[in-house]
Design a protein around this ligand. Structure first.
Ligand SMILES: Nc1ncnc2c1ncn2[C@@H]1O[C@H](COP(=O)(O)OP(=O)(O)OP(=O)(O)O)[C@@H](O)[C@H]1O
Length: 813
């Protein structure tokens, strides 16, 4: 029993039992105000246009369309004979006392208002993937990968089944029991370990060892002249998270004790309920291992997964005497937050570094998690960032949080190519630089050689979800690192390739709960709203005539959207907020900013001007609104911003929506009592924007955010200097948009923007929101720079007038 208990302890060892209870918080449903569904209230002409176009719609493109014969989205769960009939589930007599449901597809539903819910949450995040965590009902999914992750932290199938049964309201379906048992038989049995700089496949089961050796794909990967099978005794060491010797280590040790104590209490509950005691002796398993060729690690990992023996990758860094140590520790003043520690302890739970992914909300401090992992391993580190700007931020954060000598940090980007001094160090690069297979300049070629010739202790992969699988294969195959840690806020991709990460990097080790972090004040509380902006008949007619790409310009240039934006800027500036307005369309960005006399930043803005505008926004009372293109979607650290208005966005991208929201989650004022940040998404009514908008919100709704629908702003017509207030002004605007579409200059503008993103090392997203392959090869970096250069301006009118004003003042002085 002790070993079983130990396994359970291992599973929850590193994590704290989080206690959240969110009654009263907002629910993720759309709240509508003064709006009646359907086009019945519209003018006749528009009704006809809509009717004509409804016929053209391909209903299969609507993901929420129901299967034939189903009346609504809930009935399929309650009709005997239907695919997912829940009425067949058998309730236990004392189901009121238990908080959890399970269906035959491994979907778990937790009553989050149940007194036992806080106890179950931690267990569920260990064994299943959270799919939706709003206020009252949380949903989780048992998947092969989540069970793999559970096994990787020391749980065995029997523990999982027993604990689940304890909390379940209904009897566990036999197929789910069989599934968990099957996974447990094979999962965690095989490990890929780097010892003395050699890769070994390690297992405690001799039969599995034989099976792997005989496998036609794995067998040949074995190093030919290393015939012997090594056998050793397994050791499980304690937690070893970084911290300074005299301060943080003490803190960690205390926390671990605290965790173990609490976990024991949880286990007492489990085992008391099961009537079992703790009298079995510890068993130390013998481990068998064979060496594989370095470059075949990927092949072996992929094959193991196909054989349903996913290979965990672990780094025994404390016994690595070959790679030089890195002089790095957390600064004494650095205090990692409980959820950061929780994630890290899942990585270092057994004294080795497990490769995998940690998911934290935007602005919750993924960088410090990466820095702390580096301080724990204390070997050479490679950081892969998504842009040049983010690479610089990584360097600054390493210097801020750790004791590293800045000379030991090198940056390898299109702007900067430095080397570190000494035997060991940190190199920060971008995905595009690391994978650019085209002919390189001499300096870059040398840098790549340097990266590839060394063995790194840790590879930190920032925004891990955005990178295409081929790019990962290329990075992982060429840059050798013992452990890999992927960091992201949104473990989702529009092309559904997210599953690849499980095999290429490792399982999801930890995923924080957004609402919980916001209640604890680590990220801001945000009020979200979708503002429906009606389109005038004249605009709507042109919109309907246009092709899909041109339609987006009518949507964003809709005069009532412009007015709503102006109203919101006025309202929030008067409240003392700092506002970011996001627009993917550069034409609209410029048009809005010029008309409203506010500064704007896009890919073509020069570095000096960019810095000056950002400084102004941060420090000046005269600059409270900033218009930003998609260059600001990620990494931009503007904790002054408290309000966000989105006027144009990238189709249905859930990732972009979440990352944009992330810009205000780090608001400096978040801990003020009753403080709320605001996120408005402006959509043109009855257009394709509405379909995209609900898709974009899906991820945030699953994190517990509610989007209120606003259909009208009271007294909007009283806004001072309200733009496009007369029919003539609106007509003039429409003519300008039509002329712009004919001249096609707005498309060139978009191309320049994409090129600018590429030149900055950013990954490029195609029109469908999927990462583009253009960036995979690193192609286009140079031509991108040329395209960007060709455009000399335009610079913000606001900025120029401010400069003139400053010069005038200087002269007067
Ligand atoms: N433990 C901590 N103590 C104090 N400040 C912290 C801590 N962790 C993070 N922060 C601060 O929180 C802010 C956000 O951190 P960071 O930029 O790493 O977030 P992120 O998760 O990478 O966000 P994004 O996904 O938006 O890039 C930074 O200003 C950082 O200094």
């Amino acid at each position: 029993m002790a070993s079983k208990r130990k396994a359970t302890q291992g599973a929850v060892k590193a994590s704290r039992m989080s206690r959240i209870s969110t009654p009263g918080s907002v629910t993720p449903r759309r709240i509508e105000s003064d709006y009646s569904h359907g086009p019945s209230g519209l003018p006749d002409q528009r009704n006809t246009i809509i009717a004509q176009n409804v016929q053209k719609l391909d209903i299969s493109s609507f993901p929420y369309m129901l299967s034939p014969g189903i009346i609504d989205s809930a009935s399929e769960y309650f009709q005997p004979g239907q695919k997912r009939d829940l009425t067949a589930l058998k309730l236990k007599p004392d189901h009121h006392n238990r908080p959890l449901w399970i269906d035959g597809w491994g979907k778990l539903t937790l009553e989050n208002f149940h007194p036992l819910a806080p106890r179950v949450q931690d267990f569920l995040t260990t064994i299943a993937e959270p799919t939706s965590r709003p206020a009252f009902l949380h949903e989780y999914r048992l998947t092969t990968h989540s069970l793999y992750a559970a096994v990787s932290v020391g749980l065995n199938p029997k523990d999982i089944i027993r604990t689940l049964k304890l909390f379940l309201k209904n009897e566990m379906p036999p197929n789910v029991i069989a599934y968990i048992t099957h996974c447990g038989k094979s999962y965690g049995k095989v490990k890929i370990v780097l010892k003395s700089n050699k890769y070994f496949v390690e297992t405690a089961d001799p039969a599995v060892l034989q099976m792997l050796l005989k496998d036609p794909e794995i067998g040949p990967c074995r190093v030919q002249n290393a015939e012997e099978i090594t056998t050793s005794v397994s050791t499980m060491a304690g937690l070893a998270i970084a911290g300074t010797k005299d301060a943080a280590d003490m803190r960690v040790a205390e926390r671990v004790e605290d965790q173990v104590e609490r976990n024991s209490r949880v286990e007492e509950v489990y085992y008391a309920a099961l009537g079992e005691d703790d009298d079995e002796d510890d068993v130390q398993d013998a481990l068998h291992a064979f060496q594989i060729e370095d470059e075949k690690v990927g092949t072996v990992a992929q094959r193991c997964l196909a054989l349903l023996y996913p290979a965990l990758q672990e780094y025994d860094f404390r016994n690595d005497y070959i790679n030089a140590n890195l002089e790095i520790d957390l600064r004494p003043a650095t205090q990692i937050r409980p959820y950061q520690e929780q994630g890290l302890s899942k990585m270092f739970g057994n004294g080795r570094a497990k490769s995998g992914i940690i998911v934290l909300p935007c602005g919750a401090g993924k960088t410090l998690v990466g820095v702390t992992a580096a301080c724990t391993i204390k070997k050479g580190v490679v950081v892969l960032a998504t842009s040049n700007m983010s690479a610089i931020q990584w360097k600054n954060e390493f210097v801020k949080w750790s004791s590293i000598n800045p000379d030991n940090i090198a940056i390898f980007s299109s702007d900067c190519k430095s080397l570190f001094t000494g035997n060991s160090g940190i190199i920060i690069t971008t995905y595009s630089m690391a994978t650019n297979s085209r002919e390189r300049a001499h300096e870059s070629a040398n840098m790549i050689k340097f990266l590839q010739s060394r063995e790194w202790g840790l590879m930190l992969l920032d925004e891990v979800h955005v990178v295409p699988a081929e790019m990962f294969r290329s990075v992982i195959g060429t840059i050798k690192s013992h452990a890999k840690l992927g960091l992201t806020a949104t473990l989702l991709r529009e092309d559904d390739k997210i599953e690849d990460l499980n095999f290429l990097i490792g399982p999801k080790l930890y995923e924080a709960n957004w609402m919980e972090l916001s209640q604890q004040g680590h990220i801001a509380t945000v009020q979200c709203a979708e503002v429906w902006c009606p389109m005038s008949t004249e605009f709507y007619e042109e919109y309907m005539k246009a092709n899909a790409r041109n339609r987006s310009l009518f949507c964003v240039m809709n005069p009532s959207k412009f007015q709503a934006c102006q109203y919101l800027i006025n309202y929030h500036e008067n409240r003392g907020d700092k506002i970011i307005v996001f627009s993917d369309s550069v034409y609209a960005l410029e048009a809005y900013a010029r008309k409203l006399m506010r500064p704007y930043l896009y890919g073509g803005t020069g570095n000096a001007e960019r810095q000056e505008i950002l400084d102004l926004f941060r420090n000046s009372q005269h600059c409270n609104t900033l218009f930003l293109s998609k260059i600001g979607d990620t990494s931009l650290d503007l904790p002054e911003a408290t309000c966000l208005i989105q006027i144009s966005s990238q189709y249905g991208s859930r990732r972009q929506e979440a990352q944009r929201l992330g810009r205000i989650l780090r608001a400096k004022r978040r801990s003020e009592e009753g403080f709320n940040a605001f996120f408005y998404s402006l959509v043109s009514k009855d257009t394709v924007e509405m379909v995209f908008s609900s898709r974009r919100q899906a991820f945030l709704a699953d994190q517990g955010y509610a989007f209120k629908v606003i259909t009208h702003f009271k007294n909007i017509e009283k806004t001072p200097d309200l733009a496009f207030a007369t029919p003539e002004a609106r007509h003039e605007l429409l003519q300008k948009v039509i002329a712009e579409l004919e001249s096609k200059s707005w498309k060139q503008e978009e191309e320049r923007e994409s090129a600018a993103l590429l030149a900055d090392g950013n990954l490029f997203y195609g029109p469908d929101g999927k990462p583009s392959r253009t960036a995979v090869s690193g192609a286009g970096d140079r031509s991108a720079k040329k395209i960007v250069k060709r455009k000399s301006g335009p610079h913000s009118d606001f900025f120029r007038s401010l400069r003139r004003e400053n010069e005038r003042r200087k002269k007067l002085a």
